[in-house]
Design a protein around this ligand. Structure first.
Ligand code: ACO
Length: 393
């Protein structure tokens, strides 16, 4: 058995390739460096979905279609009652995504990409006693997310940096959430089901839940001079340093640099707290030095999540919503993979190796198995229980 399916190839894809030795990400034949420089999130969405729907939108049409989809899903914020708003932001967003049609056409797909972009700012505002802001189909997805969060138009630097983040997060090989999406799609369930499974996998701190804890680390360290001691204590307690390490990359995650550049652009126009950036850089240097010393056999480098935390904080997202913003970018990739799986793949059904106890040989005195169900039906209960006391599944 291969622990964590490490190195196992479980799908063939034309969508993206992660080269962990060279530190390179390719999305449908384009390098990440090229995409973040020349393409918007809408362009990348059109690229990812090309040929996967009978009417896949062109890059030119995508801006308007995604804008219309944001306006379509906005109505679901009416269902955000007190109970839903009391949940963590990702759980509340996921609950609203579950209201969307479970189709496999391009309209369903557009709504699923629009959903986290609209529900995240809407829920955050409702949680703060503010009315949600109507989406604007004239803006691109990134600018509209910031507009719906703050109630005013973002600066061009702010929307460009969020757009760069969405492009960077859009697809990344067979990561845990994308695999979850493909497993669900392989059963021929709809795109909403695949997206919900993916969002649930993304939530964990070992995957898309890391950037919030990155800020907790920075807050807890407080001063650059205290970084080494704080991080060493954490490692000595057996904790993982959030924002470092990756299953595939043995060198620096190229997405970390793409996001660092976005922060630098914001910093250049005074839209990032310079002290916060200096602290993060000092913590990164200290963490890399310690990880190299303490885990010499495992090259552990900065991953996407470290500078994502700083970027989303500078853009005004609260840390509990960071994973939802990740979902707003990755949704495009999840849907592309789900469609690719449905069109070309088989049911994903691996095997497990049983290592539990064997059944005890039965002695004649133990008698034969008597289903308790017959007693249960006499007492009016419909549940079926084995004589061992283990409920039947
Ligand atoms: N801090 C300290 N040690 C680490 C870290 C880390 N961030 N990451 C891995 N290690 C160590 C492990 O403790 C282990 O050491 P050991 O062999 O002495 O026990 C060794 O490296 C290998 O760890 P694995 O868990 O086998 O590595 P895996 O490939 O499964 O881990 C993961 C990848 C989950 C991302 C891991 O590096 C981690 O937990 N990082 C912190 C959380 C994080 O930043 N997640 C975001 C990932 S990026 C993304 O999903 C978008």
């Amino acid at each position: 058995m291969i622990s964590g399916l490490d190195g196992v190839v479980a799908a063939e894809t034309i969508l993206s390739d992660v080269d962990g030795q060279a530190g390179r990400l390719i999305i449908r034949g384009h390098s990440l460096d090229d995409l973040v420089t020349h393409s918007t999130y809408e362009d990348v969405l059109a690229l990812l979905w090309e040929g996967l729907f009978k009417d896949s939108p062109s890059a030119t049409d995508m801006l308007a279609l995604l804008g219309q989809a944001r306006q379509t899903v906005f109505v679901h914020l009416n269902a955000a009652d007190t109970q839903l708003l009391g949940q963590p932001t990702l759980d509340a967003v996921r609950a609203l995504v579950a209201r969307l049609p479970d189709g496999d056409d391009v309209d369903s797909a557009l709504q699923l990409v629009a959903a986290p972009a609209v529900f995240t700012p809407g829920i955050l505002r409702l949680q703060n006693g503010l009315a949600p802001i109507q989406p604007s189909a004239k803006l691109n997805n990134a600018a509209d997310m910031l507009h719906m969060l703050h109630g005013e138009l973002p600066t061009s630097e702010q929307s460009a940096s969020l757009d760069r983040y969405l492009v960077t997060a859009s697809d990344h090989g067979l990561n845990a959430s994308t695999f979850a999406a493909r497993v669900v799609a392989s059963t021929r369930a709809g795109l909403a089901s695949a997206t919900l499974a993916a969002m649930s996998a993304l939530k964990g701190p070992l995957h898309g839940g890391a950037p919030g804890p990155v800020l907790d680390t920075l807050d807890s360290i407080g001063n650059a001079e205290d970084a080494i001691e704080w991080l060493e204590d954490a490692l000595n307690r057996g904790e993982r340093l959030m924002g470092f390490g990756h299953r595939i990359y043995r060198v620096r995650d190229p997405r970390a640099d793409a996001i660092k550049q976005a922060i630098q652009h914001l910093a250049d126009v005074g839209q990032v707290d310079p002290k916060r950036l200096q602290l993060a850089e000092a913590v990164e240097t200290a963490a890399l030095e310690l990880l190299a010393r303490k885990k010499p056999d495992r090259p552990l480098q900065t991953n996407l999540e470290f500078y994502t935390a700083l970027l989303l904080e500078a853009l005004g997202f609260p840390r509990e919503a960071f994973t939802c913003v990740f979902a707003a970018g990755r949704a495009g990739g999840w849907i592309a993979h789900a469609r690719e799986q449905t069109l070309n793949g088989r049911l994903i059904r691996p095997q497990s190796r049983y290592v539990g106890p064997k059944p005890r040989p039965q002695s004649p005195s133990e008698g034969s198995y008597v289903p308790v169900a017959s007693n249960a039906s006499a007492s009016g209960s419909r549940s079926s229980v084995r004589s061992s006391g283990i409920p039947e599944r």
